[in-house]
Design a protein around this ligand. Structure first.
Ligand code: NAD
Ligand code: LMR
Length: 330
């Protein structure tokens, strides 16, 4: 076995953390032959709960887990890490939009950006899960100037998985037959779930579904509002599916995307497809040797162009609000 890679999970005593640490420890993300050192961060009042999580990790007897460091100190949690899952943040409650969390959560990502800058490896790959994820990732990157911007990403993989599952259910096919569903823009109610370029068993999803009104209407709304529907049903925000999506995202980043397929990630926008630049915009990306590239050249019709504009505008507004919160907190 190779030497352990150091993986940090923040908010490790929370709901998502509870599923996530098991999945990482099981080898599902970095490979069954890759040992991991788990660095678990939470806030001081949660240390007894985190201690219980550590007991359970030990009791799982996971062969990949070589070491567990549980701490409330970011300088310890981020020391020399190779990968970070930034989950620790407040979740929304029924009736809230994710951007309502901005004022409370963005300050966490400013402080953690500064701590990553000081303590993590410069090659660290950072996935932001805590909401509003795209804008938190942007702020985190901004306050970690010594780490390349390409090393920060925001999670829209849960939305991608939701879109894929809805298409599979509609066509009564296994979910693995559905490929290349795209999430554009923000992990919010303005996101654009797009199946124009998706395939099912190698054929066009658009043709297989044969119902443009559904694809442009109920399908989009369902995916956009799925997080809220889970909160309404569970009285808690999604956790198992969020942890699975975080693992999928990091596994793609670590292991690459298969030939001919792409995944969606919130990444630093270069203005591709005429989108807003300088925000963390979710694009279809391919990944090779740990580096993502935005898929270029997909035809974008007027309907899609309108959707990209709306979600880009929201991201710019969130960015401006977040920067104002951060400078007021200085
Ligand atoms: P939770 O309340 O169960 O857990 C959050 C944990 O973070 C708590 O243990 C809390 O103590 C900890 N925490 C708070 N501030 C911290 C800090 N400064 N440093 C370290 N830890 C800190 O919440 P959850 O259900 O696990 O959700 C976590 C976040 O993930 C929320 O913001 C939620 O909205 C978001 N989320 C995002 C997606 C996505 O698709 N991007 C999906 C689901 C949930
Ligand atoms: C989700 O999409 O399930 C999460 O972002 C939680 C939420 O607030 O919807």
């Amino acid at each position: 076995m190779a030497s352990p890679i150091k993986v940090c999970v923040t908010g490790a005593a929370g709901q998502i953390g509870y599923s996530l640490v098991y999945m990482i420890g099981s080898g599902a993300v970095f490979g069954a032959d890759t040992p991991v050192s788990l660095h678990l961060l939470d806030i001081p009042p949660m240390m007894p709960v985190l201690n219980g999580v550590c007991m359970e990790i030990a009791d799982c007897a996971l062969p990949c887990v070589r070491e567990v460091v549980a701490t409330d100190d970011p300088s310890v949690a981020f020391k020399d890490i190779d990968a970070a899952f930034l989950v620790g943040a407040m979740p929304r409650k029924e009736g809230m939009e994710r951007k309502d969390l901005l004022a409370a959560n963005v300050k966490i990502f400013k402080v953690q950006g500064q701590a990553l800058d000081q303590h993590a490896k410069k090659s660290v790959r950072v996935l932001v899960v805590g909401n509003p994820a795209n804008t938190n990732a942007l702020i985190c990157s901004q306050y970690a100037p010594s780490i390349p911007k390409e090393n920060f990403s925001a999670m829209t993989r849960l939305d991608q998985n939701r879109a894929q599952a809805q298409i599979a259910a509609r066509l009564s096919v296994p979910v693995s037959d559905v490929k290349n569903c795209i999430i554009w823009g923000n992990h919010s109610g303005t996101q654009f779930p797009d199946v124009r370029h998706a395939t099912v068993a190698g054929k066009s999803v658009y043709d297989a579904v044969n119902d443009e009104a559904w694809i442009r209407g109920d399908f989009i709304t369902l995916v956009q509002k799925r997080g809220g529907a889970v909160i309404a049903a569970r009285k808690l925000s999604s956790a198992m599916s969020a942890a699975k999506a975080a693992c999928d995202h990091m596994a793609s980043w670590w292991q690459g995307t298969p030939e001919g397929s792409y995944v969606s990630m919130g990444v630093f926008s270069d203005g591709s497809y005429g989108t807003a630049s300088g925000v963390m915009f979710s694009f279809p990306v391919t990944i090779k040797d740990g580096k993502w590239s935005i898929v270029q050249g997909l035809p974008i019709d007027d309907f899609s162009k309108g959707k990209l504009e709306v979600t880009g505008k929201e991201l710019c507004e969130e960015r401006d609000d977040a920067l104002a919160v951060c400078s007021a907190a200085q």
